[in-house]
Design a protein around this ligand. Sequence first.
Ligand SMILES: [Zn+2]
Length: 233
Amino acid sequence: MNRQQFLLSLVAFPVFAKLPVEIDIDVLTGQTPPALRFGLQKEASKSFEAMKKEAAKEKIKLHITSGYRSYNKQIEIWNGKYDRYSAKGLKGLELIRKITEFSAMPGTSRHHWGTDADILDISVLQPKNPLEQSHYISSKGVYNRLNEWMKHNAARFDFYEAYTDDPTRKGYEFEPWHFSYKPLAVNYLKNYNKKIKLSYIKLPQLRGKEFLTESFFNEYKRDYVNGLNPYLQ
Ligand SMILES: [Zn+2]
């Protein structure tokens, strides 16, 4: 790089800008955990704790029901659903698409990153299946106050809903419980899109792997991994 290019690079990349950090493939795919504190990376966890304090003033008790999740844990979820839907007669890609309404293919979940959390309010009587849309969006839902509070306040703590109710968004169904800590998650997504190939995540124990072709995976990455709230892209 000559002097002029060097000076130009300073303009393009001011020293105070956050440099993109390289993330390992094993971390991106949940095969090695990042450093964690209460199920999130430290920076995200601190911000969550601050948000929790603020919510407590409104008598809402924020609780992470699912933060970091390993590749192996995601395989358990995936294989469990695979067997259940298969027993109901679903097959091949139809079965895969049924699982991916709400569950990520192992190695593609944002829960692998320590940046994302499914959030409940434990100040209320807990329903049997907490992660259902109606609990959040129906005016009589047990988490409706939580939902309203998060809508107005989560962004102040850099948490954003990942899978919104925007009808033009593709991929997973609307998940009003799933939030991402933006300052870390955006870089994880960038790394993910640059580095992850199907062969890294298609491991022997994954049920239905014979249906997971390259073309399926490319479409999946576009519509599911990137089918997100634009604030997180
Ligand atoms: Zn989630």
